[in-house]
Design a protein around this ligand. Structure first.
Ligand code: NDP
Length: 457
């Protein structure tokens, strides 16, 4: 027990902050939490959860077509954007309530206000105009979409935050970026019926993924009607009156649309938090610099989640929050293990990926064996769709360990969660081969890949 008001005060009630706060409270700490917007954070309020609901909505666009091959006929099918938004908002309200209840049930005090540090142990609660003190402070304020403000007319574009609340469904969407958010929103808007043009500065979208993935997703997006312009950036955005905008591109052309979406990355949310005053060191892009136990340069101040710009994914923030609570409130020093974190892009078709890409493996190991397959899933023999499934195993030739798995196709994200267990456990290709296939599934290919891939030379 300390003389401070709280043993732990957490700023930011997103995935990482809530997990850390709940666990610390369960371990007996007196915990206060401040949140300036809505409890649940980016993932629940304006990220993964509403995004996935939009993805489900957009998949029906193709599903109605594909159902015909199975004997269904669906006439007068129409889509209502307002219904989707309302139902999505209701679900987010419900989850927001669950998060608040969970925090309170754990015994934490929740302050719905902006909070900032006055010094290393004092937090100012803006709306209440008072200070509270804490022994330990956890910064879990996440990240925020970044916009290139050097571009004239940049304010005419919106970010993913606003894309979840558009009053009207756009007819022509122009997206800047080639990462997770750009690709996912391109597929969502396209699946729901909009014309979509994605403008990416590099050569291959999703460039942090295995090359086979980037190429497949790029091709599939084009097949679904998304226009992808590479090696190009926005030069200027101008209003054409009403909702219409014109985006001037660096290749000398322009595109007109009623929605311009910035998806060029996110930045850690540290501005105005008083971190510098408290002596907390920040990186060049504003992230809190932390050690392996999520401790900042100030002994009693910690940070977890996107605000530290390590691996910016919800389950990682949750694990970091849990490790922090174990370390500081359960006398059990715990580090987050960043190896073999599964990743998914909810594009159409979706991507699931874990471990090393082929290029990374070739850099690391003397010999690398590649096993790949590309086939038409059984469902599409009747659906009429020419969508294919791609799978790739990356194997260290010396130890026979499967060090990477990359899938593009229906249910890829669901599959990769299970494959991640095997990759994380260090299982070998022989272990995969010894596993009996489950038939008829697409996933069975993962245990029946026999021929090493040899590129045509
Ligand atoms: P990403 O880092 O995935 O992608 C940013 C994109 O913007 C890249 O294509 C990048 O190009 C491009 N870019 C960056 N700066 C500029 C610039 N100045 N001009 C033009 N283009 C630029 O960020 P997102 O915003 O898509 O997503 C943020 C993070 O959120 C992700 O990294 C991920 O961690 C998380 N996320 C995860 C999801 C999931 O798990 N399914 C879904 C959504 C987000 P280049 O590739 O050349 O660097």
């Amino acid at each position: 027990m300390t003389d401070y008001d709280y043993d732990l005060f957490t700023i930011g009630a997103g995935s990482g902050g809530v997990r850390a706060s709940r666990l610390a409270a369960m371990y007996g700490a007196r915990v206060g939490v401040a949140e300036e917007y809505r409890v649940g954070g980016t993932c629940v309020i304006r990220g993964c959860v509403p995004k996935k609901l939009f993805v489900y909505a957009s998949e029906f666009g193709h599903a109605f077509d594909e159902a015909r091959g199975f004997g269904w006929s669906a006439q007068n099918v129409s889509f209502n954007w307002r219904t989707l938004i309302q139902n999505k908002d209701d679900e987010i309200d419900r989850l927001n309530g669950v998060y608040i209840k969970n925090l309170k049930n754990a015994g934490a005090d929740l302050f719905q206000t902006r909070a900032a540090l006055k010094d290393a142990h004092t937090i100012h609660l803006a709306d209440e105009n008072r200070d509270v003190t804490a022994d330990k402070i956890l910064i879990a304020t996440g990240g925020a979409p970044w916009i290139d403000t050097s571009i004239e007319g940049c304010d005419l574009g919106v970010t993913s935050n606003e894309a979840f609340h558009l009053d009207a469904f756009p007819k022509h969407v122009i997206i800047a970026g080639g990462g997770y958010i750009a690709v996912e929103f391109a597929c969502i808007f396209s699946g729901l019926g909009a014309e979509v043009c994605l403008v990416y500065r590099g050569e291959d979208i999703l460039r942090h993924f295995d090359t086979d993935i980037s190429v497949r997703v790029h091709d599939e997006m084009k097949r679904h009607g998304v226009r992808v312009i590479t090696k190009t950036v926005f030069d200027k955005i101008e209003s054409l009156g009403g909702d219409m905008k014109r985006v001037h591109l660096s290749n000398g052309t322009h595109i007109d649309g009623d929605l311009v979406l910035w998806a060029v990355g996110r930045k850690p949310n540290t501005a105005g938090l008083g971190l510098e005053t408290a002596g907390v060191a920040l990186s060049e892009n504003g992230a809190v610099i932390v050690d392996d136990y999520s401790k900042s340069s100030v002994d009693n101040i910690y940070a977890v989640g996107d605000v530290t710009d390590r691996v910016n994914l919800t389950p990682v923030a949750i694990r970091e929050g849990a490790a922090f609570a174990e370390t500081c409130f359960n006398d059990n020093p715990t580090q987050m293990d960043y190896r073999s974190i599964p990743k998914a892009v909810f594009s159409q078709p979706p991507v699931g990926s874990v471990g090393l890409s082929e290029a990374e493996a070739r850099h690391r190991f003397k010999t690398v064996d590649i096993y790949k397959t590309n086939f038409r899933p059984l469902k599409h023999t009747l659906s009429g769709s020419d969508e294919r499934m791609s799978m790739k195993l990356v194997v260290d030739g010396e130890s026979d360990r499967v060090v990477g798995c990359h899938i593009v196709g229906p249910d890829a994200a669901e599959m990769i969660q299970c494959v991640a267990i095997a990759v994380k456990a260090g299982l070998t290709k022989a272990d995969f081969d010894h596993t009996v296939a489950l038939h008829p599934t697409s996933a069975e290919e993962l245990v029946t890949l026999r021929e090493k891939f040899r590129p045509n030379v």
